[in-house]
Design a binder for this molecule. Sequence first.
Ligand code: ATP
Length: 355
Amino acid sequence: MRLHVLPADGIGPEITTAAIGVLEAADGRFGLGLAYEYDEVGLASLAKHGTTLIEDVFQKSRTLDGVILGTQSHMDYPHPSKGGRNISAAYRVGYDLFANVRPARTRAFLGKGAPGMDLVIMREATEGFYSDRNMHAGTGEFMPSPDMAMAVRKITAHASERIVRRAFTVAAKRRQKVTAAHKANCFHLSCGLFLREARKVAAEFPDVAYDEVIVDAMAALLVRQPEKYDVIVTTNLFADILSDLASELSGSLGLAGSTNESDLFCCAQAQHGSAPDIAGRNIANPTSMILSVAMLCDWLGTKHGRPEYSKAAAAMEQAVDRVLTDPRSRTLDLGGDMTCDAFGKAVAETVAAGN
Ligand code: ATP
């Protein structure tokens, strides 16, 4: 299979290199037969082509089997009309990758984070409050006057139904519990529509428990009793915020992998941002990217009926834990002094050695 690798900005290139090293080790052990196509996106592309994502690169991904997308420094991008195209949004909308799957779990041996947490946040990724993707034409954010700015939130039955259905499918293979986070006490119509669809889908899964929690309470409950939750499904912005909370509760923002996926296509992407404060110093934690790539492998294994890909994904995840167990092999965010590339190499060697 051929993967499109787009390292992007900030710590993106460092963590992507580390993750590809681990994937190559998994390929060697499980005979995945992977090939890689590299392309520049983000600030490097902006400097060369005047846009952070050229159309050729974006379309090329369609000819390949999956995408590995590094982190992007959106805050440094110019306005989209001047070439600052939001790459994540382009893929989520253009490839209809409606499910942003964001697992987070604590590892007792780290001695950090919220004890007993093991959950997945299912984030709807194509609409909501995101003005760059919630309109057919134009943008969902506008200024009627210099001192007034407005943003429109879009919630559809279609997008709500499919993310909730995917959440139930994920929960059915885990601890069989779905929690819908919402703010229907204020957003009666939009969160109300989301809940209407969630309840319809829930009725089709009698073996999976279902409850609803108001999103602000959800934030507090995640801190207080994270172990109670299995799969949390919610709209785009709420999930973005809750998932950063959950990954920090797991011990570090650098620990949680994620994919953007549909039934047809999948893009691995670390949960965190481009961390400009530590970029280029070889101190980032590449775990999130390694685990994102493992999730992509698992998705490919399921889609193409290739169990060796799912075995490779499990081996990569186990190897990360094995390496993290030793306090000497942790990056700065976890209180260690291991470099990003040394951590990647240690995980790759562990995968190659058969864990
Ligand atoms: P962006 O504008 O790209 O979102 P940001 O710095 O605002 O960047 P994050 O990149 O998510 O947001 O980073 C938030 C904090 O977490 C920063 O202090 C960053 O250094 C740290 N951080 C994020 N990812 C990692 C990582 N993989 N390893 C270590 N620290 C990280």
